[in-house]
Design a protein around this ligand. Structure first.
Ligand code: ACO
Length: 323
């Protein structure tokens, strides 16, 4: 038994924040942001929109693309570090919104930008074990709510959005393998100051907690770890680089994506890029890119895709997929 991607969906909030908009509120320039990151625009939620709201749009699109109804879904795995509530988790809230089967397992995974790959990996294993037939896998984030508007080293990078896929049980291989990793020794390089740890007085949830990142250290680790994990995924399947049709990378920085593509000897025309328009949407970025490539007809059934992501933790992972 395998799982295969039966449908994809994506959603972006309306508000567009361009590099020139950012130039007006912080010491930066469109030229710097383009050259160092490849980002031109990103989307931002309005005050009345949340991670689960966006996830609902993406999930409905993925379920429809799979030719299914919400009541067919029997597992929800949701990657996010910007949940609507501390609990219930975002997958549970989404289950009720969509009208999926009451009782179907629904859980969230906090693996930062690798959250979708982690969720995909777990959902694939449920299906392979025969414990689910149709799994909804979501990555959705409202990073704008945990980004410090006064910190130009992070405020230029992040955007909001949601992506989803439906995995269905299949006799033919779809997800060939998934590979997820973490190294908590680097937790201090990229983290959000929020949470309920030491120093928080009882009964307080102070606002103003933001992402903090040591950008160039994270950059170097991302290039190394992504290079390793894409080779691991190919080796696990006895495949050569030239078997790949598409790289669907996490959209953190154009230069990181280019380094991974070079490692795979893949021309950039074979890489699905959304970074220019979306910025870094953390766990939403891989499913959003996948959905873009599927919907515009570039990614075709039967093609071999390599999905990869890297994020705070640090966490990283890849999935090799026969689409
Ligand atoms: N505008 C103009 N100048 C800036 C800006 C800005 N927005 N930000 C930083 N600078 C300046 C710095 O102050 C520095 O100036 P100095 O030389 O006078 O000290 C100079 O530009 C270079 O700064 P670096 O930090 O060395 O720039 P770098 O080339 O490393 O680019 C960046 C920074 C884009 C953040 C890059 O390091 C990066 O992409 N890192 C990885 C991010 C990532 O992959 N995160 C993981 C996923 S995110 C997640 O998990 C939530």
């Amino acid at each position: 038994m395998y799982s295969r991607i039966a449908g994809t969906g994506g959603y972006l909030p309306q508000q567009v924040v361009s590099n020139s908009d950012l130039e007006k509120v912080m010491e930066t320039s469109d030229a710097w942001i383009r050259e160092r990151t490849g980002i031109v625009r990103r989307r931002r939620v309005g005050a009345e929109e949340s991670t689960v709201d966006m996830a609902e749009h993406a999930a409905r699109a993925a379920i429809a693309a799979a030719g299914l109804k919400p009541e067919d879904i029997d597992l929800i795995a949701f990657g996010t570090v910007t949940p609507d509530l501390i609990f219930p988790n975002s997958a549970v809230l989404l289950q009720a919104r969509l009208g999926c089967k009451r009782g179907c397992p629904a859980f969230s995974m906090e693996a930062a930008c690798s959250g979708f790959i982690y969720a995909l990996s777990v959902a694939d294993k449920f299906i392979r074990a025969g414990e689910a037939k149709h799994a909804l896998v979501v990555g959705a984030e409202t990073l704008s709510r945990i980004t410090d508007p006064a910190d130009r080293t992070t405020a230029i990078l992040f955007g909001d959005g949601a992506g989803a896929v439906v995995l269905s049980a299949s006799a033919d291989p779809g997800i060939l393998s998934t590979h997820v990793h973490a190294d908590g020794a680097h937790a201090d390089l990229l983290y959000c100051t929020g949470g309920l740890g030491r120093g928080k007085a009882p009964g307080t949830m102070p606002p103003g907690d933001f992402i903090r990142m040591a950008g160039s250290e994270v950059f170097k680790l991302a290039v190394t770890r992504l290079g390793q994990v894409v080779e691991e995924a190919l080796a696990a399947n006895g495949l050569e680089k030239n078997a790949l049709d598409w790289l669907v990378p996490h959209q953190a920085n154009m230069r990181i994506i280019q380094a991974t593509a070079r490692k795979l000897d893949l021309p950039m025309e074979r890489v699905i890029l959304t970074i220019e328009e979306h910025g870094n949407t953390s766990s939403a970025s891989v499913p959003l890119a996948l959905d873009a490539g599927v919907r515009d007809g570039r990614i075709k059934r039967g093609e071999l895709l390599l999905l990869e992501a890297f994020g705070g933790g640090i966490t990283w992972g890849a999935a090799l997929v026969r689409y």
